[in-house]
Design a protein around this ligand. Structure first.
Ligand code: ASP
Length: 316
């Protein structure tokens, strides 16, 4: 299928101080996921299908803190959050604090499409998953050896937060945004949250307007970073409100992240796409693995101002 100019997929693998030993795997993972999303568009899928496919690929990859590879809470358990949103209708679906589910983004999509609600949490979300026959996995299979060891090293939430965003201790949230050839936008975000979080803590990732937002009138955003800070400034909507006022996707992201830093001292990152196919990947942490497919070119980066590119034909 020949796509019109505007079809784009952008993904991120979390904004934080990614250590060198995870750098290559993180960049490889986002490249593969963005290609996965783009091949869905090529086959005629919608932006919504593309973001779900891209995030599923990231959830399957243990290098990222989502699905397989999730961080553990204070009780040493997995509690996953995810959201998805369709810019055509503003339909959205989200789940929080779910266990036993390898692809929370698909459960979020099911909440959007099969219920009259927007968000289901913990037991209710798991019961819903069961009622629609979604496959469950033993929660232990989502936990990596690496995470078990890291969790044992850090024993309180505050340590987790300080170290996650200011130094080098954990791996992070994932997300995707896309615009398809019809100009429809969508976003999806999925996470295990912050290591050592309190049981029941819900961050920004599943909250519409904070961890993500998609509206055909302005664009789609997926955020990552310190959840409590992102919630305070409703980061995804903040970025889109700048776009609505006529600013570019890059300037809107920079201004909003800068505001979050100044107003609540929070660091993070965001990926954005506009209905016309402009896109940006911006962060105020040390690093963020991101990749974008646009016009048969695969763009990617990890360090500030890094923008590498390869021909997509090497991958698809
Ligand atoms: N925003 C996520 C949370 O606070 C974490 C992250 O992006 O790394 O749950």
């Amino acid at each position: 299928m020949n796509l019109k100019m505007s079809a784009v997929v952008v993904v991120h693998g979390g904004a934080w101080a990614i250590p060198d030993d995870l750098a290559k795997a993180s960049v490889d993972g986002v490249k593969v996921a963005s290609c996965e999303g783009f091949s869905v568009l090529r086959r005629g899928g919608s932006a919504l299908d593309a973001v779900e496919a891209a995030v599923r690929a990231l959830e399957e990859n243990t290098v990222f803190n989502a699905g397989h590879g999730a961080v553990l809470n204070a009780d040493g358990e997995v509690e996953l959050d995810a959201m998805i949103m369709d810019g055509r209708t503003l339909a959205s679906g989200a789940v929080s604090s779910v266990k036993n589910i390898a692809n929370p983004v698909s459960l979020a999509r099911a909440v959007m499409e099969k219920t009259t609600h927007i968000m289901l949490s913990s037991r209710g979300a798991n019961l819903f998953a069961e009622s629609i026959g979604m496959a469950t996995v033993p929660t232990d299979t989502l936990v990596t050896e690496y995470e078990r060891k890291e969790w044992e090293k850090h024993n309180n939430y505050l340590t987790g937060v300080m170290q996650d965003f200011n130094s080098q201790w954990t791996h992070d949230t994932v997300g995707a945004v896309s615009v398809d050839s019809a100009g429809n936008v969508a976003c999806a975000t999925s996470t295990g949250g912050i290591r050592n979080k309190m049981v029941g803590r819900v961050g920004d990732s599943p909250i519409i307007g904070s961890g993500g937002y998609a509206d055909n009138f302005s664009g789609a955003v997926s955020c990552t970073g310190h959840g409590e800070s992102i919630l305070k400034v409703t980061l995804a909507r903040l970025i889109l409100s700048h776009i609505e006022q006529g600013k570019s996707v890059a300037v809107s992201s920079q201004l909003s992240l800068q505001y979050m830093g100044e107003r609540v001292r929070g660091a993070g990152g965001a990926i954005v796409v506009s209905p016309s196919g402009q896109w940006a990947a911006t962060f105020t942490t040390e690093r963020m693995a991101w990749a974008a497919v646009d016009h048969d070119v695969l763009w990617y980066g990890l360090d500030p101002n890094e923008r590498s590119k390869e021909q997509l034909s090497q991958y698809i």
